[in-house]
Design a protein around this ligand. Structure first.
Ligand SMILES: Cc1cc2nc3c(=O)[nH]c(=O)nc-3n(C[C@H](O)[C@H](O)[C@H](O)COP(=O)(O)OP(=O)(O)OC[C@H]3O[C@@H](n4cnc5c(N)ncnc54)[C@H](O)[C@@H]3O)c2cc1C
Length: 299
């Protein structure tokens, strides 16, 4: 028996071998995952976690891969993607219960159509609800943690736990859910509003993004902003706009975005990240910290 057969025997979902991570990241780069699974349900999720823990196999969780730089050598062990089987939503009054695989743009539009306010800022954030909760995704001065009531996770021992808002810390692009387990579901608390007005607000924010952000493959902002100073402003002032490494480029449109012009590698992107950090350090003596998560192995 090998890992693939053993794991497959426990699951409804199909286990894929050597799956290119470039198919699962918004940058469209990344080498192969040894084993790649999209669990079909909660039971599959628990089985994968228990199997990996029992056999000391590294486990990496992803959503839409929109905040990830996966290196060209890929990821050893199992990659578990919280995807479509966890895409659902149910209303309970002004509370929205949703699966962690639900894409944020879908969730935001559904809430606005239903006349429920609190998520409009997030209509253009291309991740899943699970990824957004881990990252405490935010935009236009709002962030997802502020509307969270409770979050259900599969802990790394395979047990299931529901955490209340007070038990979770939400900070700038960080939440204490990171490291606790796999987010599978959350309840958000929204407030009543006018559906047509809410949809107009969502459209307004989407249009703002279209105006300001490049449309080529990226992972959004690469670096964390500094208190009172957007990282993009420093990067631009350090003369980095348009810098290239292979087929990766610091966007001409928004300096905190690195875009894949087509056929870039993770190594191209990573070397640009390092170059930008070096130039900003030299010019302003500021250490930029990446907002994107860099995972996997060199080729
Ligand atoms: C064009 C563009 C614009 C963007 N704009 C914004 C923005 O305005 N604001 C903002 O905050 N972000 C923005 N982002 C970044 C990104 O969309 C967010 O960080 C998003 O919340 C990541 O969600 P994801 O599902 O893609 O997570 P992934 O990138 O797959 O994963 C991110 C992290 O969360 C973990 N994770 C993912 N799902 C789970 C889960 N279910 N359980 C446990 N851990 C999990 C992963 O291990 C990883 O550490 C943008 C990205 C792009 C490409």
């Amino acid at each position: 028996m090998n890992v693939e057969q053993e794991l497959q025997g426990l699951l409804q979902a199909r286990v894929k071998r050597n799956e290119p991570m470039s198919l699962h990241t918004s940058w469209k780069v990344g080498g192969p995952a040894d084993y790649f699974v999209v669990p079909a349900d909660l039971n599959d999720t628990c089985e994968i976690v228990r199997y990996c823990s029992r056999n000391n196999i590294p486990l990496t969780v992803i959503g839409k891969g929109s905040n990830l730089l996966v290196k060209d050598g890929g990821i050893r062990g199992v990659v578990l993607k919280i995807g479509e089987p966890f895409c659902y939503l149910h209303w309970e009054g002004n509370r929205l219960k949703s699966g962690a695989g639900t894409p944020l743009p879908y969730l935001v539009r559904a809430a606005a159509r239903n006349g429920m306010s609190g998520l409009e800022f997030a209509g253009g954030i291309p991740g899943t609800l699970g990824g957004a909760l881990i990252m405490n995704a935010g935009a236009f001065g709002s962030y997802i943690g502020s509307v969270v009531r409770e979050v259900t996770v599969v802990r790394y021992d395979g047990s299931i736990a529901t955490l209340q808002h007070d038990e979770i810390n939400f900070g700038y692009r960080h939440s204490s859910l990171s490291g606790v387990g796999i987010v599978v579901e959350a309840v958000l608390e929204l407030t009543k509003g006018d559906a047509a007005a809410l949809e107009r607000t969502v459209d307004f924010y989407l249009e703002e993004r279209r105006r300001r952000h490049p449309q080529l493959p990226s992972a959004g902002s690469v670096f964390r902003n500094l208190p009172g100073c957007p990282a993009g402003r420093l990067i631009e002032a350090a003369g980095c706009k348009g810098l290239r490494a292979g087929n990766a480029q610091v966007s001409e449109m928004h300096a905190n975005f690195i875009v894949n012009l087509g056929g870039a590698t993770a190594a191209d992107i990573y070397s640009l990240i390092e170059k930008v950090r070096q130039l900003v350090k030299e010019k302003f003596d500021v250490d930029l910290k990446p907002e994107v998560k860099v995972i996997g192995e060199e080729k």
